[in-house]
Design a protein around this ligand. Structure first.
Ligand SMILES: [Zn+2]
Ligand SMILES: [Zn+2]
Length: 244
């Protein structure tokens, strides 16, 4: 539907999270500091409604500010692949200031994709940008062009490599053909999901054992704040095929 935002985002003012001025990646707020916290579709966007366990789990994680355009911009960059039923993946870079991560960079690496997998190649090009800009690898984003919005076993292993480096790291799945949920921002549950992935040495698509207490192996990230004043820089490293 034209103009529809891919995720249901509840916009409400959380001015206490607005950082001090002087961050070059932040544009002056056009209508005052207004950010929106990512909310799970159909969930009530109110911290007070989280269970004490969820609050405990999210308490030690730093907030991640993200441009509200990030997911739409990525879908646009992925459109050609999506139309061919091929996945597209990208890497998120963030800087850390005053205990908060700000996602400022989306790197779309050279990649090889199928309808249910995507593998970056020439990964040194990603590291070069991250090093040059002093960015934290705060997570990754990929499309499911024809599958639903979930984390496959291969996705979980990819997510593990990010979360080992940065505990806040997220895995964003964009599933434009999933009519019940078009996107999700996920992380492995910690410690349960993390320990299962740490012990698993299987490759390819496989099943994982359940967690010892029956809790999910991955969960929605609760520490995401959409910040309309945050600019996003996109490095698209894919080779452009010249017209014949
Ligand atoms: Zn996937
Ligand atoms: Zn595994």
């Amino acid at each position: 539907m034209a103009g529809e935002i891919c995720c249901k985002i509840d916009v409400h003012s959380v001015t206490k999270y607005f950082p001090s001025p002087g961050i070059s990646f932040l544009q002056p707020p056009p209508h005052g500091p207004e950010t929106s916290r990512f909310s799970v579709p159909n969930a009530v966007d109110d911290q007070s409604n989280l269970s004490s366990n969820e609050q405990a789990a999210s308490k030690h994680l730093k907030d991640i500010h993200m441009s509200g355009c990030l997911m739409e911009d990525f879908l646009t960059a992925a459109r050609e692949n999506t139309e061919k039923n091929l996945e597209t993946c990208g890497v998120l870079g963030a800087f850390l200031k005053d205990g908060t991560f700000y996602v400022t960079t989306l790197i779309i690496p050279k990649q090889e994709a199928t309808s249910n997998s995507c593998q970056a190649v020439n990964e040194e090009e990603i590291y070069a940008i991250q090093n040059e800009e002093s960015l934290f690898p705060i997570g990754w984003i990929h499309t499911h062009p024809s599958q639903s919005c979930f984390m496959s076993s291969i996705d979980l292993h990819t997510q593990y490599t990010y979360q080992v480096m940065v505990p806040e790291a997220v895995g964003i799945v964009m599933a434009p053909t999933d009519h019940s949920r078009k996107c999700g921002i996920f992380r492995l549950s910690d410690p349960d999901g993390m320990s299962i992935l740490r012990e698993c040495h299987e490759t390819g698509f496989h099943t994982h054992r359940e967690t010892s207490n029956g809790s999910p192996i991955y969960e929605d990230s609760t520490n995401i704040i959409f910040n309309p004043n945050l600019r996003l820089e996109i490095f698209d490293l894919r080779e452009v095929v010249p017209p014949l």
